[in-house]
Design a protein around this ligand. Structure first.
Ligand code: ADP
Ligand code: MG
Length: 343
């Protein structure tokens, strides 16, 4: 370690990953893609590859046990990892689970966590094949690795989007962020006066999207049935704007997305307005929806047109045209990623 001290926040999450890993080279020809996509891609035969992805959840950073039941936490920890395998147009088959827990937690609490993990294993048809267990000085940390498999020719990378491809978002966006706002608001009310009961009425949908997100394995199945291989794909964990920018940067292209096309559930809009927030801003910059964002060739558009799970939100342009969001008045606004920055 040098004597200089550089603060973590000077680089941000992606800058830090890049800074730490740039001197690494891949030494094995089986490593098809390493750092930089939703999952690493490792060749296992002439035609097949394995997809591997890890995500860590930390108490106080990614979850708050005051409003996150442990069962839901276990489920969510699996779902977000399965989502990263979906983002490669593949399905997960195995997971490993590593936990570090302080003695604040009784065995019953960990049983509840594992009940949620088990439910997710059943729903997503994945096998728990290992992990690691340790004590921690404070709080709980869960790290999950998901492993999937796919034909090499079916894998969608962040880097494959081409000019004129259509940008598609699945489901609806911004709900998980609004769920978090409701839960945080009620936490503040409770902290100020524990006698007041939380008022979660009318917010069931957004709260469920925050506490129990689903990986879109159903969309991966639809795409297979429809015989569509997305030219590029990513999962929406950090907000639509940030994910579109990842695809555009990796693919060296630009984009236009249209305000009025962004899918937002009416219940999300109502909650956003209640909080004096613009629903579209929540969809663009709120995190944790775990929907998929992908690009398809124009000629594949007829196959997905009208599908209630998939909404066209814009198209890919030349890199020199930049990355723009077109608002309701037709003005083009340059996209800015806010996303989550934990540092
Ligand atoms: P996602 O949001 O899809 O989970 P991340 O933004 O966490 O992806 O990570 C981006 C890329 O950087 C991934 O390829 C991931 O494996 C890699 N990565 C993240 N942290 C590290 C690390 N500490 N060392 C090596 N690679 C890392
Ligand atoms: Mg991802």
């Amino acid at each position: 370690m040098s004597e200089n001290r550089t603060e973590l926040e000077s680089l941000g999450e992606f800058g830090l990953i890049d800074h730490l890993t740039k001197q690494f080279e891949n030494r094995n020809s089986s490593t098809l893609v390493g750092i930089g996509d939703d999952a690493a891609v490792v060749s296992i035969s002439e035609t097949e590859a394995q997809l591997i992805s890890t995500d860590m959840l930390i108490e106080g950073v990614h979850f708050n046990l005051m409003y996150m039941p442990l069962k839901h936490l276990g489920y969510k920890a699996v779902a977000v990892n399965v989502s990263d395998i979906c983002a490669m147009n593949a399905v997960a088959e195995q997971i490993t689970v590593s936990i570090a827990v302080s003695n604040r937690f009784p065995i019953e609490a960990l049983e509840e966590l594992y009940e949620g993990i088990n439910t997710a294993c059943k729903v997503y048809n994945v096998d728990l094949i290992g992990g690691d267990t340790s004590t921690s000085m404070s709080g709980m940390t869960i790290s999950i690795t998901a492993i999937g498999r796919s034909k090499k020719t079916n894998i969608s990378y962040r880097s494959g989007a081409k000019e004129n491809d259509i940008l598609i978002a699945t489901g609806d966006l911004g709900a998980a962020y609004m769920g978090l706002q409701v839960l945080e608001r009620e936490k503040e009310v409770y902290n100020a006066n524990p006698a007041i009961q939380p008022d979660l009425d009318g917010h069931d949908y957004v709260i469920e999207r925050q506490l129990k997100p689903e990986a879109r394995v159903d969309v991966i199945r639809f795409l297979k049935e429809l015989d569509v291989v997305p030219t590029a794909m990513i999962d929406i964990s950090d907000g639509l704007a940030s994910e579109i920018m990842h695809i555009c940067k990796s693919s060296e292209v630009g984009c236009h997305i249209y305000d009025e096309k962004i899918p937002i559930d009416a219940k999300t809009s109502m909650t956003a307005i209640d909080f004096n927030l613009d629903p579209v801003t929540c969809a663009l910059n709120g995190g944790e929806d775990y929907e998929l964002l992908f690009t398809i060739k124009q000629e594949d558009f007829d196959k997905i047109k009208g599908n209630p799970h998939m909404t066209p939100i814009g198209h890919i342009t030349h890199k020199n045209d930049g990355m723009y969001y077109i608002d309701k008045s037709g003005s083009a606004i340059e996209l800015q990623a806010q996303g989550w920055n934990h540092f």
